[in-house]
Design a protein around this ligand. Structure first.
Ligand SMILES: Nc1ncnc2c1ncn2[C@@H]1O[C@H](COP(=O)(O)OP(=O)(O)OP(=O)(O)O)[C@@H](O)[C@H]1O
Length: 308
């Protein structure tokens, strides 16, 4: 559906923002891109959306070239919608008009229904008649998402789209978007800082680092078998211990209280403190020179040995 080949981009004063990126996203697939701040994730999405001019490389959607900023009169592509931090709203139109004006090819009744569906989905009913310029940051972000969905794109590009949304709305909007992927075969590329969000959304994870992007595969595999500690730590807490002069990584839940076939190595640990996190306690220990964290339903104050 989307094919990116050897894509490179640099800002005039930022050489090699990224180089030689490759990516393929199938119909209905959700790809999540994570990586350190400043690694080029937002810039990459803007290139995909036709808002920047890549230095080299090709972007194709269903075989058709996506033109860069200098190759067309109006930036952007009909089949692609981008939601980023710019929000790009019609400030002097109301919330409702901002959505309605995107929906061009439906008869009035269906158009009204679709506008209402999006107002409901993004909890915008109370500000439906308000001019966009008067909306709060969170409302602007929600309206920007509504406008992107109103476009019914084949490819939805989301750059940290849920930063202002509470957990309830995140779940509702996430569910709606995933349904669109299933039913309408819309594809999504999600850029996020939050590893957990990436894990819960993605069919495929990509990792942006040092001007390059690496495909890392399915969330479960990336979570359980990261390449190194740096990558592992993007997707949740991770422990490092040295056993027989060799470094081992393990996730905070991957330990046993007694020796068995899975957990063979004994660790001597010393309790420091515990954070209550609602569903579980994060218990912090020292283990030799390292600090480690173990998740448990209770406070592990008495524990001084575990197995990994
Ligand atoms: N308009 C610009 N002119 C010059 N350099 C820029 C411009 N926009 C971004 N950059 C630089 O390009 C690099 C990539 O920026 P980008 O915003 O794409 O990173 P990012 O991975 O999305 O970061 P974050 O996660 O912090 O949003 C950064 O070093 C940034 O400072």
């Amino acid at each position: 559906m989307l094919k990116v080949t050897d894509l490179s981009f640099n800002y005039p004063d930022n050489p090699d923002t990224f180089t030689q990126l490759n990516m393929e996203v199938a119909e209905g697939e959700v790809a999540a891109v994570v990586g350190p701040s400043g690694s080029g994730k937002s810039t990459f999405l803007q290139c995909l959306g036709g808002l920047l001019q890549p230095k080299e490389g090709k972007i194709k959607i269903n075989g058709e070239k996506v033109l860069g900023l200098f190759e067309q009169l109006i930036a952007g592509h009909d089949d692609i919608a981008l939601v980023n931090q710019d929000f790009a709203l019609d400030d002097y139109h109301t919330t409702e008009e901002n959505i309605r004006n995107i929906i061009l090819n439906l008869p009035k009744k269906e158009r009204d229904e679709f506008v209402q569906e999006l107002l409901d989905l993004l909890d915008l009913n109370l500000v439906a008649k308000q001019q966009a310029i008067t909306l709060s940051g969170g409302e602007r972000q929600r309206l920007s998402l509504a406008r992107a969905l109103a476009k019914e794109p084949k490819l939805l590009l989301l750059d940290e789209p849920f930063s202002h949304l509470d957990i309830h709305l995140r779940r509702k909007v996430g569910h709606y978007i995933k349904k669109l992927c299933e039913i309408r075969k819309m594809s999504v590329i999600l850029v996020t800082h939050e590893g957990e969000e990436a894990l819960s959304w993605a069919d495929t994870l990509y990792f942006f680092y040092k001007h390059k992007m690496k495909k890392r595969g399915a969330p479960l595999a990336v979570y359980n078998a990261p390449k190194d500690y740096f990558e592992a730590s993007f997707f949740g807490e991770c422990n490092v211990v040295v056993i027989d002069k060799k470094e081992y990584f393990f996730r905070p839940h991957a330990y046993g209280l007694s020796k068995d076939d899975t957990y063979k190595h004994q660790l001597e640990i010393s309790y420091q403190y515990a954070d209550f996190r609602g569903a579980y306690f994060a218990n912090f220990f020292t283990c030799g020179e390292e600090e480690i964290v173990l998740y448990a339903p209770n406070n592990l104050k008495e524990l001084n040995t575990c197995y990994v």
